[in-house]
Design a protein around this ligand. Structure first.
Ligand SMILES: C[S@@+](CC[C@H](N)C(=O)[O-])C[C@H]1O[C@@H](n2cnc3c(N)ncnc32)[C@H](O)[C@@H]1O
Length: 614
């Protein structure tokens, strides 16, 4: 591949480019004014020296080798690894490509477009089955478990046992010659030298590489982003660039330092394409400089679109300690249909990666007319409302604060934390009446009731005692008093159950108590977060295994009548946990630890069931 030297972009002239210049049919854009805004920010942030520095850096790459991968392929290899198998979605949608027929695309006044169900959806139903428009699979990921690495094809994302690797960049691997050749022609010939120099970070927080891939995807279709005539669906199975182009950005809401960072990344990649590849000359532009600006603007746009819309791909991961979680930095994808899903801190659906397909699965029953939501970032249920909202603002520049169910519930909970003593449903807050008396006001039955000062006082005294002794006894007293003050699903109680569970677990003396408080804790938690949410499932599996593996549990033979009820509930949990793991591992060939995990749960369940009541 021969390289040519292109002139440095003249950023000063940028703003004076007349709109007519984009009259070239191929590169015409309605969004010239928007690009001008990007460029005006470039002017504020970039000086000649930093541009020159980037260009020199791109030039001083003496050891880079032109990639001629496709000419070296042996045409006969086929190396299949362990791949997922999920039945395809049954009913397809007339109005939304890749979506189940039960979804409707609607516009909401505060969060833009969103997907809403038209009929009831069951747990486990597949709501979206989308082939990623642009897919970034990080080449080697520790999928399944820490020891058993799974290699994934850079082009189609299928798992492979043996693979063809690019000997120049030594970064990308392919499952078959077909993928290799297609990848080479579509994009690898432009990216290989960059990979040799580790030009792009492939982690969750940087979107330069996926933005470049979006550019290369658009270039294959001459950057034509017109929706074909008579196409009245959202999304196209084929050239989906028109819908990629229509994804929203958050550019206007970003602080200037963030903009500066992205513009620098844009300049970095554009100069790399100019100096190290034939990308621009192959497009045969009438005016190459203008094309540099155009693609630079497009890079910024695609970067911001990726930042706001790309979905992080995570594979199930089973560790030797029998926990379950999902692996970060496995890749990301631009899926214009999936990008219509809004965020919730208590989502009703999750994204599951099935080879090259990106699936959205319901993690609980979803009623008709309910919005389908996913969690954009993995949610730690213990993060407070304020912490979660700060995270969302920081990463996604939400215009409004997150108005999901959990945030709404938690904010009401913070305002009305107490148990109403007049009605069973109510939530109450303390109010001072005109006569100076303090009472509880319930927002449900709108009545006033007395505060249980006795319970409050004993909770306070027991709390102080706990702080000075760290004994379990005062905590039990705090819990006893708090059940009188707070509703049964209160987070105060949840925290106390957690504390008691941890204490009993650490001391390992009373396995039944450990089970009891663990179960109480998950009962409250699952009111706020669906049990199939990965973070909840992982924590619960740890709880089950931790409890079962204590010496005291193993020695346990007979139990009292009340203890027997706890053992039975715990046993049911084990059975459910087994089903929940299978929810995430729907393929025939499970990772070795996943199989072990499920059979271990099965054995324990049998033991629990046969425990004799005294
Ligand atoms: C991937 S897009 C989702 C589709 C988007 N509503 C649209 O019109 O294109 C993400 C953007 O939607 C909005 N959004 C998503 N979930 C939200 C939530 N829970 N609260 C407020 N805004 C939200 C934010 O502006 C966010 O940057």
């Amino acid at each position: 591949m021969g390289h040519h030297q292109a002139p440095l972009p003249d950023f000063d002239r940028l703003l004076s480019i007349p709109k007519e210049i984009f009259g070239l049919k191929k590169f015409y854009t309605d969004e010239f004014d928007a690009f001008k805004k990007y460029y005006s920010k470039i002017n504020q942030c970039m000086d000649d020296n930093s541009i020159r520095y980037l260009a020199n850096e791109a030039n001083e790459l003496p050891y880079l080798l032109p990639c001629e991968l496709s000419s070296k392929v042996k045409k006969d290899s086929k190396n299949e690894g362990q791949n997922f198998e999920v039945a395809p979605m049954k009913q397809t949608n007339d109005k939304i490509e890749f979506a189940n027929s039960c979804l409707n695309l609607v516009e909401s006044h505060n969060r833009g477009k969103c997907l809403v169900t038209t009929s009831q959806v069951n747990q486990g139903d597949i709501l979206i089955d989308e082939t990623a428009t642009v897919l970034q699979v990080n080449p080697i990921c520790n999928c399944v478990d820490g020891e058993h690495k799974m290699f994934r094809c850079h082009h189609c994302a299928f798992a492979v046992n043996k693979y063809l690797a690019c000997s120049h960049c030594n970064v990308v691997i392919y499952c078959t010659p077909r993928c290799l050749i297609q990848s080479y022609n579509d994009y690898h010939k432009y990216e290989c030298e960059g990979f040799q120099r580790h030009y792009w970070r492939l982690d969750d927080s940087d979107h330069s590489y996926i933005a470049l891939r979006m550019i290369l995807y658009g270039a294959r279709y001459n950057f034509n982003h017109d929706i074909p005539a008579n196409h009245d669906k959202w999304g196209i199975n084929g050239n989906n660039y028109p819908f990629v182009y229509r994804l929203k950005t958050n550019f206007d809401k970003m602080p200037i330092l963030r903009v500066y960072e992205i513009l620098r990344k844009a300049a970095h990649t554009i100069i790399y394409l100019m100096v190290r590849t034939n990308f621009f000359s192959e497009l045969q532009p009438q005016n190459e400089t203008i094309l540099h600006y155009y693609v630079g603007g497009l890079f910024v746009k695609h970067y911001c679109q990726a930042q706001m819309n790309c979905v992080q791909l995570r594979y199930p991961n089973f560790e030797a300690d029998y926990s379950f979680n999902t692996v970060g930095t496995s890749g990301k994808a631009i899926c214009p249909t999936l990008a219509m899903l809004n965020h919730s801190c208590s989502p009703n659906a999750v994204v599951v990666l099935c080879n090259d397909r990106v699936l959205v699965k319901a993690i609980r029953k979803i009623e008709a007319n309910e919005e389908v939501t996913i969690a954009y970032k993995e949610i730690n249920p213990f993060n407070s409302l304020q912490e979660r909202q700060l995270l969302m603002l920081h990463y996604f520049y939400f215009e409004t604060v997150c108005d999901c169910e959990l945030c709404f519930y938690e904010s009401t909970w913070q305002e009305y934390p107490f148990k109403c003593r007049s009605c069973a449903l109510g939530r109450a807050k303390k109010m001072t009446l005109n006569n100076g008396e303090e009472k509880l006001y319930c927002k449900n039955c709108t009545s006033f009731s007395f505060i249980d000062h006795k319970a409050e006082k004993s909770a306070l005294i027991a709390g102080k005692l706990y702080k000075s002794t760290y004994n379990i006894e005062p905590i039990l007293r705090v819990l006893d008093s708090c059940t009188k003050i707070f509703p049964c699903d209160s987070w105060v109680l949840m925290d106390l159950y957690k504390l008691l569970f941890d204490k009993f677990y650490t001391w390992g003396e009373k396995p039944i108590e450990t089970m009891k408080y663990g179960l109480c804790y998950y009962k409250v938690l699952e009111k706020y977060m669906p049990k199939l949410y990965p973070a909840v499932l992982e924590a619960k599996l740890c709880f089950i295994y931790g409890t079962l593996n204590t010496r005291e549990f193993k020695a346990l033979e007979k139990v009292t009548k009340t203890e027997f009820a706890t053992v039975q509930r715990f046993s049911d949990e084990c059975l459910r946990a087994k089903k929940d793991i299978l929810f995430y591992v729907p393929h025939k060939v499970m990772g070795p630890y996943a199989t072990e995990l499920v059979s271990h749960l099965q054995n324990v369940q049998v033991k629990l069931r046969t425990m004799k009541e005294r």
